[in-house]
Ligand binder design. Structure first.
Ligand code: FE2
Length: 405
């Protein structure tokens, strides 16, 4: 038997069992699809890239979400990582507590010493967040920081043994997303904005080792059904309340349990996001919305109970949150985009109130605002000329939320 097989047996690696797709018609939203294998370098393929850019724009300027297919990572590789994630996330609580990202409960977090389990490296154990009326969350996750840079032996040793064992495989997945997949998406965004290809990449290039101080991180995340239907009801059938993501793009592995819902930017209706096997669900965060002057939409989304026939299943996702550098400007003026000029998304026109802030300012503000109960009341918060109402879960149904990502 090979050495790798022995290691896999030691950590009880086995396929993660997804339930079948739901038989209930919930009118799930089929996202705009983008086939990244059609992206080709070179001037001779510029028109082809522009066609792809048009498709991307349809997704990111409406729901703010799209489905990425054929992005260069084989489904079998993702399945293997999900097996690894499964074994990591089922480590006993006693082990999880040795590798906590923050406190065991959100209320015990001391902001002077901790940036919170949402942002730090390590486990967020189940029950960290209060959801409603004494019900606590039913989600366990593990955050990886600095996973796309070269880690020293000492840094790798800060993880649980199982992660040390698979560190290279996990790191390669996230490196491919950051260094191979994302640059292509950003070039398509450049084409949408009619600016030179490569312009937006500069906002994400690592410099001064600050890539993850700004909040980029990998996350393995498991949603477990509430222990009984009463608890689920008390929690309004919700696992994670409405929010927009903070950064640039977020990448989530698509899987059959329908749970993720998007709030329609224009109508306000909540819709389940449909599953496309082998795809990634990608969405725009606040920073990218600001950089594009509001053309790309960081839409509010949440995670709720799946349809009845999937309600007893665990839901396992691999996520990558990719933020721009902390000094990146969160306004579009420097880009001189003819497209944004045409749409009036400029300092002189529709963005008059926008102050020239950098990503670190928004990162700071959002960290402080999230979890504030009064952030749900109207007429309250406007920061740097940007109304938080648009980028925070302010709707009545989520005003009581204290959870965030
Ligand atoms: Fe999110």
């Amino acid at each position: 038997m090979s050495e790798q097989k022995d290691i896999d047996i030691k950590y009880n690696l086995r396929p993660f069992e997804d339930p079948p797709v739901t038989k209930i018609d919930v009118q799930a939203l089929r996202l705009q699809s983008l086939d990244l294998s059609l992206f080709k370098d070179g001037d001779e393929f510029l028109e082809q890239r522009k066609e792809l850019a048009n498709l991307l724009e349809k997704g990111i300027s409406t729901s703010g979400f799209f489905n990425l297919v054929n992005f260069g990572i084989e489904p079998k590789q993702i399945e293997r990582l999900r097996s690894i994630a499964q074994s990591i996330l089922e480590l006993p609580e006693s082990v999880q507590h040795k590798y906590l990202a923050g406190a065991i409960k959100k209320e015990d977090e001391d902001p002077n010493v901790s940036i919170g389990a949402e942002r730090a490296q390590g486990f967020k154990p189940k029950g960290y967040w209060p959801i409603k009326d004494g019900v606590r969350d039913s989600i366990v996750f593990y955050n990886f920081r600095d996973i796309t840079k070269e880690n020293t032996e000492e840094e790798i040793k800060r993880h649980p043994e199982i992660i040390q064992e698979y560190f290279e495989e996990i790191g390669n997945y996230y490196k491919t997303l950051r260094n191979v997949v994302q640059p292509k998406l950003l070039r398509l965004c450049d084409l949408i904005l009619q600016i030179p290809e490569g312009s937006l990449q500069k906002y994400f290039d690592s410099s001064e080792n600050n890539e993850d101080r700004a909040g980029s991180r990998g996350r393995f995340m498991m949603y477990q059904p509430y222990e009984n239907e009463n608890l689920a009801k008390q929690a309004d059938s919700t696992f994670l309340r409405g929010h927009s993501d903070l950064g640039g793009f977020t990448y989530i592995t698509s899987q059959p349990v329908l749970s993720l819902q998007i709030k329609d930017y224009f109508t306000g209706d909540w819709k389940y996001v449909d599953h496309v096997p082998g795809s990634l669900i990608v969405n725009v965060g606040d920073a990218l919305e600001f950089i594009s002057g509001g053309l790309f939409k960081a839409c509010i989304h949440r995670v709720v109970q799946p349809p009845l026939d999937q309600r007893n299943s665990n839901r396992l996702v691999l996520i990558y949150f990719c933020s721009p550098n902390e000094n990146s400007p969160l306004y579009p003026h420097d880009l001189n985009s003819p497209r944004l000029k045409e749409l009036g998304l400029t300092k002189e026109d529709k963005l008059k109130d926008w102050e020239d802030i950098q990503f670190k300012h928004w990162n700071d503000i959002k960290g402080k605002v999230l979890g504030r109960r009064d952030a749900g009341t109207k007429n309250l918060l406007k920061f740097h000329g940007r109304s938080i109402e648009r980028w925070h879960h302010i709707a009545n149904d989520s005003a009581k939320s204290t959870t965030s990502v």
